[in-house]
Design a protein around this ligand. Sequence first.
Ligand SMILES: CC(C)(COP(=O)(O)OP(=O)(O)OC[C@H]1O[C@@H](n2cnc3c(N)ncnc32)[C@H](O)[C@@H]1OP(=O)(O)O)[C@@H](O)C(=O)NCCC(=O)NCCS
Length: 193
Amino acid sequence: MTSWLMLPAALRNACRPRSVQYGHAHGRSMDYIIRDATEADAGLLASLIRESFADVAERFGLTPENCPTHASNCTPEWIQSAFAKGVKYYLMQTPQGPVGCVALEHAETEVCYLERLAVLPPFRGHGFGKALVNHVVDRARELDMHRVEIGIISADARLREWYEKLGFSATTTAQFKHLPFEVTFMRKVLSPC
Ligand SMILES: CC(C)(COP(=O)(O)OP(=O)(O)OC[C@H]1O[C@@H](n2cnc3c(N)ncnc32)[C@H](O)[C@@H]1OP(=O)(O)O)[C@@H](O)C(=O)NCCC(=O)NCCS
């Protein structure tokens, strides 16, 4: 049987459902779709997030004891309660299976948070992360948001530079009692106020 991934991209996009975006990462033969996730995906999302953030936890010495709320400890219940709060999740799928996800939280009237951006380690460097960020930015534009905000570990200079290349700028830093690291907030402005 011919799968949708074997169809030419133009044909796939011509008949795509609105909730699905097809793409081709970096021209490196890595087809993908990004689709709206549902509560039925909670287990899958939690495992993608846990596995993707495990190396972050290792690099910054984060454990379930010193940072229980870090994404490396994500459970399906966390995802379910996010859905209950109205957070939207998007799943990236390739012919090899699901490889990543991202969440969009509508925080204030004109502000969205990009959260839980995750790409499994073996699939990094193909443009999937960038495609997920752009997907959230596009959804935020559709919602007439003024800006998209993120919070990252301040010491993660490589991640900060990556977000800067995607049009985000650092605004402030903060310390939180429950987090053993400083957080840098970054934002991408979508339109003038
Ligand atoms: C950040 C992340 C989503 C990028 O995903 P990706 O699919 O590799 O992203 P892209 O292919 O679009 O871009 C790759 C670039 O990301 C940069 N990058 C930033 N942080 C990185 C990291 N922790 N690991 C690998 N690459 C990273 C690389 O320098 C690479 O640059 P290059 O293309 O010039 O070589 C992925 O590394 C990840 O899941 N990291 C762990 C979770 C995390 O930190 N999420 C963000 C929380 S705010």
